[in-house]
Design a protein around this ligand. Structure first.
Ligand code: PEP
Ligand code: CO
Length: 447
């Protein structure tokens, strides 16, 4: 796999999984040509800056907060949805920065998280076999044959919705919405919603005191450091034709970047050695991630690390482990030890969502807050014990008040989930659960 030079199309000679079969090939080709001529969504220099920031996380000097929808939906490409996600990410990052005393690198699953891997190509709905829903960039979730038919024009629509989303994210993060004084105001409200506990009370008291102090000395006026922030974008590089069409050669360095997002990752289902997905992302210079599940082979992971980061550059490669609360203790220690022994520079982050999904008695997919927290706790504990560096978390989360994950301060139970279950894919933490998790995480950063 390494012996041939990489090009943006070299993945086409490797076995590829999880791609739709577009019924209209000429329309697909026309769409891909249009995409390849459109402007990049991000600038290569931004991805380089993210890589530098991630290098700090590899050394334990920064915390990675990567989160957002499991699957973005075209119909939710709205101002309020984007604002609410940004708001909860900012709130969580303030808690982590205050209490964890670390720089927080904010990366959202946003502006392109439109394609989903599926465990089966088809599904049975009311006795009828239908093609699986593969994300809004491919088909539509309604259970009819017509809606499930892959339509390549959806890739173009995805691009334009990603551009609109990114435009608002840039406006909010640079235009004053993320100013610390606003974040402080949200905080005053949400701190009052948290459950009464000595731990929270003490942390909340400290944050309030810091806020008052900053306000008293006039720090909340004008200073761009306090009024602006950066939210990086990321998504799973799943639909390789789309990713290829968004590849651009950087005019400053001559290197190739996938300009559909700042960071891309490949998933547990597509990361095999010699796969098209691995071949594609090895050649783009963005920071890249790989999901690692409980059934990995350690030698395979070593080969994967060498393929993706031959120069052992810190910040280039993030491993996102997603084992499940019951499996992490058996799986993670060896991996950390073995990769540590090789001297690999890796950003380790914990996805406590995908190994903790269960189906409840009502047929809904859910995850329990305590399992999520339990996996993160073990992740930190194991890294400490094995001499690794825990670099952050990767969460499925929304800023809305959904009821998709059980537990948390409201003690949601399975029979409450129907109240506001909206996800068409995996269950997400809601805003309150997200902030609560940030407080718990802050405690882990400073045990
Ligand atoms: C996801 O992140 O939504 C996903 C499908 O993850 P994984 O590849 O880890 O299953
Ligand atoms: Co998911």
């Amino acid at each position: 796999m390494n012996n041939f030079p990489w090009t943006k199309t070299s993945w086409r000679s490797f076995p590829v999984r999880q791609q739709p079969v577009w019924p209209d090939a000429p329309l697909r080709d026309e769409t891909l040509t249009s995409l390849s001529q459109l402007p990049p969504l991000v600038f290569a220099g931004e991805s380089r800056t993210l890589r530098e920031q991630l290098a700090l996380a590899a050394e334990g000097k920064a915390f990675v907060l990567q989160c957002g929808d499991c699957s973005e939906e075209f119909s939710r490409c709205t101002g309020p949805h984007i604002r609410d996600l940004l708001k909860v990410i900012l709130q969580m990052s303030v808690v982590l920065a205050y209490a964890g005393e670390k720089r927080v690198i904010k990366i959202a699953r946003i502006a392109g998280q439109y394609a989903k891997p599926r465990s089966s190509d088809t599904e049975m709905v009311n006795g009828v076999e239908l093609p699986s829903y593969r994300g809004d960039m491919v088909n539509s979730p309604e259970p009819t044959a017509e809606a499930r038919n892959p339509d390549p024009r959806r890739m173009l629509e995805g691009y334009f919705r990603a551009a609109a989303t990114l435009n608002l994210v840039r406006a909010f993060t640079w235009g004053g919405y993320a100013a610390l004084d606003h974040v402080q105001a949200w905080h005053r409200q949400s701190l009052d919603l948290l459950p009464a506990s000595d731990k929270y009370e003490e942390l909340a008291r400290q944050i309030r005191k810091t806020i008052s102090f900053m306000t008293a000395i006039g720090l909340d006026t004008g200073n761009p450091q306090l009024r602006q922030t950066t939210l990086y974008t990321s998504h799973e590089a799943l639909l390789l034709e789309y990713e290829e069409a968004l590849c651009r050669q950087d005019s400053l360095t001559g290197e190739w970047y996938d300009c559909s997002a700042h960071m891309l990752w490949i998933g547990e289902r597509t990361r095999q050695m010699n796969s098209a997905h691995l071949e594609f992302i090895r050649g783009v210079r963005n920071p890249v991630g790989v999901k690692i599940g409980p059934n990995h082979d350690v030698d395979d992971v070593k080969r994967l690390v060498c393929t993706l980061n031959p120069a052992n550059e810190p910040g280039r490669l993030t491993l996102i482990t997603r084992f499940g609360a019951g499996k992490i203790a058996a799986a993670l220690p060896t991996l950390v030890r073995e990769l540590g022994r090789e001297g690999f520079k890796i950003v380790w982050i914990c996805d406590p969502m995908h190994g903790n999904t269960y189906q409840n008695d009502y047929g809904q997919k859910s995850r329990n807050f305590d399992d999520i927290l339990g996996e993160i706790r073990d992740f930190y504990g194991i890294h400490r014990a094995e001499g690794g560096i825990a670099g952050g978390v990767h969460l499925e989360l929304t800023g809305e008040n959904v009821t998709e994950c059980t537990g948390g301060s409201r003690q949601l139970l399975d029979h409450h989930l129907h109240l506001n279950y909206q996800s068409t894919c995996d269950p997400r933490l809601n805003a309150e659960q997200g902030v609560e998790l940030a407080f718990e995480l802050a405690g882990l950063l400073h045990p």
